[in-house]
Design a protein around this ligand. Structure first.
Ligand code: ADP
Ligand code: ZN
Ligand code: ZN
Length: 750
């Protein structure tokens, strides 16, 4: 970082060029600053520091315009450049501008989210590499054993086409720094320093020898047909790869990525965050060269290292969750979005972007093909495919023609013994026992955290709620505390009802309660089962441990929230149980049925992935719901055909487009008043073809002590609401004291 001026210099009217910058703040203004000599060329996309606000605090800003006309007033100067070259290239700048407009978020906030703050703050790490100056025939006879060993190792690497080998790597084959120095003095090797590089070689694995089946081959051919040959310009396209669970989609991604790498380009693979903790990642790392993995567990320095490698064009493949879509690949040749239906692709803080939709837009702006893969595509992508905007390829069978697992829908009300609080019914109990007897493995899904949902008093109906949010707190057995799932606050369990001094009761059910029930029914599971939810798994390493134990056979049963529904591929899993399909079916959200369908199909897909036949038991109180009925037969088309007309008639997504405004404030009156002011202002400006619902209290009325009201706008065309509202947003909200948040294409309506 070069700091050129101190505060006193910044007001000097020295001649200089004027740049427009945007700040990471909720303001739509572009600010003018002088560009001082000594910071190199001003360029759009460079990250700088500028004096701003009270006390002239240094703020990070992005240059968005160069050589603006010089205004009459005195300007302050940029104080430092945080990068030498633009952090964002022209395509990423355009992507940022699109996001700012589409997601109604100031450009400065968008750009700040696109570039990790650690980038530019860490000099790239260097390593010393050795290379041979001559061949074995020219080596002198008087070599010590250590010297000989080191030279042999280098010669061996050279045979594999690798000329420079990092010393650290050589030393693991014997030899030491002193030996290397001696050889350098004897001019037998050359030592040089270079930035640390990514692992260059992919290991050969048995999967390389797999022959793709007809459907996989056709899918790969369809994707490859969109890839431009080396040297030629790519073209934008989107392909929806709809392949049932276990149909070998990952194998298709790997081969498509290899084709891209062979053409000298880079591939990007977006995955749901959780997948980075599963075997999927291991498989990708062993099968592809020079993979840069971006995940939330990286230190600043690690992230900067990967970022540098990606920007230098050295990383062949970038794998990461939604934010990886902003990685600066100069030779981007293909974007793959795995599990494209996943709600976790939507960010729930500003900028509230959807990773999949942003991927499609990046593909369009960069002019490269995009592949969206899923066993249960989002209805948004399905409609795009049906209407011909996306190419559409299907994998309708599992690899090796393995059968799809059979689903048993078990109506819960007939299963439970009267008078007992139990959640694992007779059928599921019997099947778990049988699977354990056969020494096979079981995965159970219970999509609700905690032990008991409610802590309440039956006498007066008092209920333990979070003070900061308006939600019931959930009791956790392990900590013996009740906690709020919205703000993570926790509280002690009261001994008696604070309202009437009556007896407190724990009621409802969550994953911890199921854990207890399992241990009572199957004592042999003690130490042979693991619970996977965000309470037990706080780091990626914990996941990996559990998954390793499960694949080694040290565990018989995995009990988890939706975290167990995705991407797991264990050959000995023959039984999957869904303890209650109703937890997701009954949330007040128009996507409840779609989510439930996806969840049941995805978790069912974990069963019978190898030679053992798979079976699935789904317990529900709503056995006649279409989401459940169609999931039972893996009938995606049937589900879509039932659900789409309902969405169409109600003008809901994917047909209607939605923007949700949240108006929030610590004072309930101000939140409510703000929502009414906004509604009135909107009512005056909105054209006929934008419908407004509300204002009304949000589903969760208070989160982290902020009261929340909402307004929903619906229109029939994508981007139309933004087009009408964005230019007036500042005007519309200027008299509102509460914070107004726009959530475009919301996926969470609570
Ligand atoms: P999906 O991602 O569609 O659920 P995967 O790509 O994980 O499926 O493939 C499931 C399993 O099938 C993996 O273990 C993979 O190695 C194997 N597999 C993939 N393609 C083939 C093939 N053509 N023949 C045999 N096995 C395959
Ligand atoms: Zn709370
Ligand atoms: Zn009471």
């Amino acid at each position: 970082m070069d700091v050129l001026f101190d505060k006193h210099d910044t007001l000097s009217p020295a001649a200089g060029r004027v740049v427009g910058v945007v700040l990471n703040a909720n303001v739509w203004t572009t600010f003018d600053y002088l560009w001082p000599a000594g910071l190199g060329e001003p360029a759009v996309g460079r990250r700088v520091q500028v004096p701003f606000g009270r006390g002239n605090r240094g703020s990070v800003a992005f240059v968005v315009e160069v050589d603006r006309p010089r205004p009459a007033m005195a300007l302050k100067a940029v104080t430092a450049a945080l990068d030498d070259a633009p952090s964002l290239d022209a395509t990423l700048m355009r992507l940022g501008q699109w996001m700012s407009h589409y997601y109604m978020t100031p450009l400065g906030m968008v750009l700040a989210a696109m570039v990790p703050s650690s980038v530019g703050q860490h000099a790239p790490k260097h390593e010393t590499v050795a290379s041979l100056t001559s061949g074995p025939d020219d080596w002198p006879k008087n070599l010590g054993p250590k010297q000989r060993k080191l030279l042999d190792a280098l010669q061996e690497a050279r045979k594999q086409g690798i000329d420079s080998v990092p010393l650290e790597q050589l030393f693991s084959h014997g030899g030491d720094r002193q030996t290397a120095r001696t050889l350098e003095a004897r001019q037998l090797i050359r030592l040089a320093s270079r930035p640390v590089q990514l692992p260059a070689l992919a290991d050969a694995t048995p999967e390389d020898a797999l022959e793709l089946n007809d459907e996989q081959a056709a899918a790969l051919a369809a994707i490859e047909a969109n890839l431009a040959p080396a040297g030629a310009a790519d073209k934008f396209s989107v392909t929806l790869l709809q392949g049932v669970t276990g149909s070998g989609k990952t194998e298709v991604y790997v081969r498509a990525a290899r084709a891209v790498i062979a053409a000298g380009k880079q591939a990007m693979l977006l995955v749901p965050e959780i997948a980075l903790a599963t075997q999927t990642l291991e498989r990708l790392l062993t099968r592809l060269p020079r993979v840069a993995v971006l995940h939330s567990g990286l230190t600043g320095a690690q992230r900067a290292f990967y970022w540098h490698n990606i920007a230098a064009g050295e990383a062949a493949v970038v794998v990461g969750p939604r934010s990886a879509i902003f990685a600066p690949l100069p030779k981007l040749g293909l974007i793959i979005v795995d599990e494209e239906h996943e709600a976790s692709y939507k960010q729930d803080t500003a900028p509230r972007y959807h990773g999949r939709d942003t991927a499609v837009m990046r593909g369009r702006l960069a002019g490269v093909p995009v592949v969206l893969g899923s066993a249960t595509p989002s209805l948004e992508s399905l409609v795009n495919a049906q209407q011909g905007r996306y190419a559409w390829v299907k994998l309708s069978r599992r690899v090796r023609n393995l059968p799809m697992p059979r689903l048993n829908i078990v109506p819960l009300r007939k299963e439970l013994s009267p008078g007992k609080i139990e959640l694992i019914g007779a059928t599921l109990t019997r099947k778990i026992a049988a699977a354990l007897d056969r020494r096979e493995q079981v995965i159970l899904l219970m999509n609700r955290r905690g032990y008991a949902s409610y802590v309440f008093c039956p006498a007066c109906e008092w209920q333990l709620q979070c003070d900061a949010c308006t939600r019931a707190m959930v009791f956790h057995q392990a900590t013996q505390l009740a906690s709020c799932h919205y703000c993570q606050r926790s509280a002690l369990l009261p001994q008696i009802c604070p309202a009437c001094k009556g007896k407190i009761v724990l009621f409802g059910y969550g994953i911890q309660r199921i854990e207890g029930e399992l241990l009572r029914k199957f004592p042999t599971l003690d130490r042979r089962m693991a619970r996977i939810d965000s309470d037990t798994m706080t780091t990626p390493a914990q996941f990996r441990n559990v998954f390793d134990e499960f694949s080694r056979g040290d565990l018989d049963l995995l009990l988890g929230t939706q975290m167990v529904a995705k991407g797991l591929d264990f050959p000995r899993v023959s039984l999957v149980g869904v303890v209650s399909a109703d937890t997701s079916l009954t949330i007040p959200d128009f996507r409840a049925a779609e989510r439930t369908f996806q969840l049941v199909v995805q978790v069912a897909g974990r069963a019978g992935r190898a030679d053992l036949p798979g079976e699935v038991v789904v317990q529900t109180l709503h056995e006649d719901e279409p989401a459940i009925r169609f999931a039972a037969t893996h009938d995606f088309d049937g589900f879509a055909a039932t659900e789409l007309p309902l969405r169409h008639d109600a003008n809901l997504p994917p047909f209607g487009r939605m923007v949700r405004f949240i108006i929030r404030h610590a004072h309930v009156g101000l939140a409510e008043q703000g929502s009414r002011t906004l509604a009135t202002a909107l009512g005056r400006t909105l054209p006929q073809d934008i419908r407004m619902t509300g204002p009304m209290p949000a589903g969760v009325q208070k989160i982290r002590n902020l009261f929340r009201y909402q307004l929903l706008l619906t229109a029939s065309r994508a981007g139309y609401i933004q087009q009408v509202i964005s230019p007036r947003l500042a005007e519309l909200t200027k008299d509102i004291e509460a914070e107004v948040i726009a959530d475009v294409d919301p996926v969470n309506l609570l």
